[in-house]
Design a protein around this ligand. Structure first.
Ligand code: NAG
Length: 393
């Protein structure tokens, strides 16, 4: 008898435990229930906003669900603070931007998250329908600058996993002013001659990780702006495009630096650059330090390894062309493959602040089956292991 009573008390505790630990399904807001229609010609923006408002206002974690189908969405800001730190966007379908680029072309952002904490996007396709704007830009005047497809601003604890971004008007994904962001298993695709369609741009952010991602665009695969630290990029395939670029830095006189960046196990195919650090030829308080480029394979890359401190488009506003950006502690380790030009390693540093402690370890780059060339100016450092082209440091 006493034994049975004990069992009942135990069972009650077990039930209580499961009830309080929230094993129950999280709230799910299916956008179909808020008026969305899987129809290219029906505007589902309000439905998305309605689902966001409910999810954001919920005290408990919540999921916004976008089922299969194409949903037309205009520019939206998903704004925090929210009442919970666990909102999931689960997307099985495609979010499509308006086909007329003028509708969102001057708004800066198509899908923007601002001041959110704990938002995850799982799966889905976002289609920026940028081709019309690219055509306009190529033919010259009067075009809007275009919208970034997906932006996170001043946010933290963000996950973007399994998302595909197609044909953005401008940048595909921008992470600005964020802390702790994981981008994983993402695919970015736009044509190799599409203007300004950078894959992922990170700036003023800390603790961003980009993993297992494929990026082909008409501009930088990943670009890293001022104020970025503790950035980790691993297993990224890049091409077509302009490669992975730290910079442009030093556009402003007062500028935050970039530090502790790891770029590891990356493949560049037919890109304009491989791993690049780029700064304006202007005075600036900026810097780039503690950068590691490790295990990179280059296939037919025009500038596999490059530091360019003389960036000055149209040769305007760069008096004397001297960069104030201080570049130091940059390591290139196990970088091999083919260069599409004779000079495969180029360190073109600032005469006022030479690059310091550049390290080359196990580098082998060829041009037309022969050793490629290296060119250095104002660069200081060491080479170890097998290094070809032979170091000019
Ligand atoms: C550098 O960044 C990585 C994440 O990318 C982090 O784990 C590590 O602690 C950072 N190192 C320093 C010295 O801050």
């Amino acid at each position: 008898m006493e034994q049975a009573a004990k069992s009942i008390v135990f069972l009650a505790f077990v039930l209580l435990f499961f009830a309080s630990s929230g094993v129950a399904d999280p709230l799910t807001y299916n956008v179909l229930n808020y008026g969305a229609k899987p129809d290219d010609n029906f505007d589902s923006t309000q439905a998305l906003v309605a689902a966001w408002t409910l999810a954001c206002g919920s005290i408990n974690p919540a999921t916004i669900y976008v089922p299969p189908g194409r949903f037309l969405v205009r520019n939206v800001v998903f704004r925090g603070q929210c009442k919970n730190n666990g909102i999931v966007f689960r997307i099985d379908g495609t979010l499509v931007a308006p086909s007329d680029y003028k509708v969102i072309g001057s708004t800066g952002n198509w899908l923007l998250f601002e001041h959110v904490n704990g938002v995850s996007i799982y799966g889905g396709i976002i289609d920026g329908q940028g081709t019309g704007l690219w055509t306009c830009k190529r033919s010259g005047k009067g075009c809007p600058s275009g919208a970034t497809s997906l932006g996170f601003s001043n946010s933290r604890n963000i996950v973007i996993r399994g998302l595909t971004s197609l044909n953005s008007q401008m940048y595909h994904i921008v992470i600005n002013g964020c802390n702790n962001v994981k981008v994983e298993g993402v695919r970015v695709s736009a044509s190799g001659n599409s203007p300004n369609t950078d894959g992922i741009h990170v700036q003023s952010s800390s603790g961003v990780t980009i993993l297992n991602t494929r990026i082909g665009t008409g501009d930088d695969c990943v670009s890293v702006g001022p104020g970025t630290n503790n950035l980790w990029i691993e297993k990224v395939a890049c091409g077509p495009g302009h490669g992975i670029s730290i910079g442009s830095l030093g556009k402003e006189v007062e500028e935050a630096g970039v530090q502790n960046v790891t770029v590891k196990t990356v493949a560049f195919t037919g890109t304009e650059n491989g791993v690049r650090i780029k700064s304006w030829g202007r005075q600036s308080s900026g810097f780039a330090r503690n950068i590691l480029f490790q295990h990179a394979v280059m296939t037919d890359v025009q500038n596999p390894i490059v530091i360019d401190q003389h960036y000055c488009p149209d040769e305007k506003n760069c008096p004397g062309q001297v960069s104030g950006v201080k570049i130091s502690d940059v390591t290139y380790q196990d970088i091999h493959g083919t260069s599409a030009t004779e000079v495969a390693v180029k360190f073109d540093c600032s005469s006022e602040y030479p690059c310091s402690n550049i390290k080359l370890e196990d580098v082998k780059l060829t041009y037309r089956n022969k050793a490629a060339e290296a060119s250095c100016s104002n660069a200081d450092g060491t080479a170890s292991g097998f290094v070809q082209p032979s170091s000019c440091l």
